[in-house]
Design a protein around this ligand. Structure first.
Ligand SMILES: [Zn+2]
Length: 214
């Protein structure tokens, strides 16, 4: 997989620090599972966090906390202790875990024009969805009220900025207005996360927005 569009350092740092909403965590974890470069950068941010922990002042825990913890660990069944994460078809492990299997397990809802989406269950502070866009089909021109991360899992799309293929991630913010179009030939499947509703310019998507929960 030749990935050309990567995560930014601030996003990787926030992920390492555990500060991202769940929907963004999912996109970051999914990209990192596909991308050696971002995984290496993430490891360096995690090392910084580890070094900070080692130099922090130590807060004492209650006297029996070690014994209690060891008791709980020995009580865990083998099954809970190691639950293998496997890639399921085009869905990398972190995502397959959310969907509960491969792409066949996704509960799609039609949005019209052949476009489908499935909203994934995450915390309320941001939302994550899978998008299914037939080749040649456009997602309506839209702007953003917050941050939007779009990770390509299959196929490719183009917008005003560039081409995005499998593993590529597009990071769009309030300043960005774009019309993504799926490349001819293959259905484009993406994982997208937003922390605020999108702003559509055309009247039809704007009217439909509350119903589609985009
Ligand atoms: Zn990357």
């Amino acid at each position: 997989m030749s990935i050309r569009h990567h995560l930014t350092d601030p996003l990787l740092m926030a992920y390492a620090a555990g500060e991202l909403p769940e929907a963004f965590n999912l996109v970051v974890a999914t990209h990192v599972s596909l991308c050696d470069e971002c995984r290496a950068r993430l490891a360096s941010f995690e090392a910084v966090g580890g070094a900070m922990l080692e130099t922090e002042d130590v807060a004492a825990m209650s006297e029996d906390s070690l014994a209690l913890c060891m008791d709980r660990i020995s009580g865990l069944s083998q099954a809970t202790a190691r639950r293998p994460l496997k890639r399921a078809g085009i869905l990398p492990a972190p995502l397959a875990d959310y969907v509960g299997g491969g792409i066949g397990k996704v509960k799609w809802r039609n949005l019209g024009m052949g476009v489908k989406q499935a909203i994934l269950p995450t915390g309320k502070d941001a939302s994550a969805r899978l998008l299914y866009i037939p080749g040649g089909q456009a997602v309506p021109d839209h702007g953003h009220r917050g941050l939007e991360l779009t990770l390509v899992l299959q196929g490719a799309f183009r917008d005003e900025t560039d081409r995005f293929g499998p593993g590529d991630i597009e990071i769009a913010d309030e300043a960005m207005q774009h019309t993504p179009v799926a490349e001819e030939g293959e259905v484009c499947i993406c994982l997208a996360a937003t922390d605020a509703p999108l702003k559509f310019n055309a009247i039809i998507p704007r009217l439909a927005q509350p119903f589609l929960r985009i």
